[in-house]
Design a protein around this ligand. Sequence first.
Ligand SMILES: C[S@@+](CC[C@H](N)C(=O)[O-])C[C@H]1O[C@@H](n2cnc3c(N)ncnc32)[C@H](O)[C@@H]1O
Length: 143
Amino acid sequence: MGNITFITADVTKITFQPNQFDLIFSNCLLQYMDDTELPRVVENILRWVNVDGHFFFREVSHLTPGLHDTFKNEEPCICRSTDTYNGLFNNVSIPVDGAEDEVYKFSLVAMNQVQCVKEAFSVEKDFYWIYKKIRCQRSDMSG
Ligand SMILES: C[S@@+](CC[C@H](N)C(=O)[O-])C[C@H]1O[C@@H](n2cnc3c(N)ncnc32)[C@H](O)[C@@H]1O
């Protein structure tokens, strides 16, 4: 395919122009961000994705015995609760240029367990989220 660009980079350091992507997809990446990096990366993703574009991510919520115990001492990952991700994505926003009363934020489209992981490994703590970037009043920031 001639229309694919592959980039290998540190997501905490890479920059893109705002509103560049219809979809940003991440599979088990955010768990490698520490608590300082995570909100910055999420804010950047909100910046990079188009309005009405989507961010899909999947994360293992808390360590799952048998699956992640095997490497938890070797990998610097932080398995966060679903509430932590929900709270973070509810609260992140960026200003809209020229409209002081408005912000861009994420609106939840779907969140659920990853069914194939649940069925194959009986793992209950593997979740995906789909968020959409929306423009809204600053006063609408809750929910
Ligand atoms: C569990 S693997 C998932 C790999 C891939 N997303 C997949 O679905 O197969 C986590 C990946 O995150 C990458 N990673 C960790 N920290 C990163 C960072 N700061 N920037 C970019 N990638 C990172 C690791 O190199 C590793 O490839």
